[in-house]
Design a protein around this ligand. Sequence first.
Ligand code: NI
Length: 172
Amino acid sequence: MALLPILTAPDPRLKTVSQLVTQVTDETRQLMDDMLETMYAAPGIGLAAIQVGVPQRIIVMDLAGQDEEPAPLYLVNPEKTQASPETVLHEEGCLSVPEFYEDVERPITATITYLDYQGQKQSLNTEGLLARCIQHEMDHLEGVLFIDHLSRLKRSIILKKLIKSRKLQSTS
Ligand code: NI
């Protein structure tokens, strides 16, 4: 397994619309293993392949608490087949927008179909943190970041700060 570098905004690659995976192969599983390790090390609870520069429709997640057994979730080609009209505002963060947290409005529940680690078709009814995290990660597959749900002003302030902190890092 390997740790992969995580892209941060405003890296233009994060705007890519990711492509469907034609088949879940050993190579796909290798990528998912590396993504999961990268996510745990960050640490984070979800990661989309495009965040490590791979434009494929692949997501890994783990919402287990610190004292719980790891519960990795692998989603290939996820599709939202249903979402509640009721929405809720909740704070989100993102490994590609480090250190910023803002409220984002999303459907409370969603039904997701996807291929699992073995390439088997699965369906999941989600709510709460799981629904929020999956929908956030699925946005990445369309090239959308959580800050794209904010006002233009808020987004541009965050992006300016990210650029500034990256410049500071590269000169120190
Ligand atoms: Ni994210």
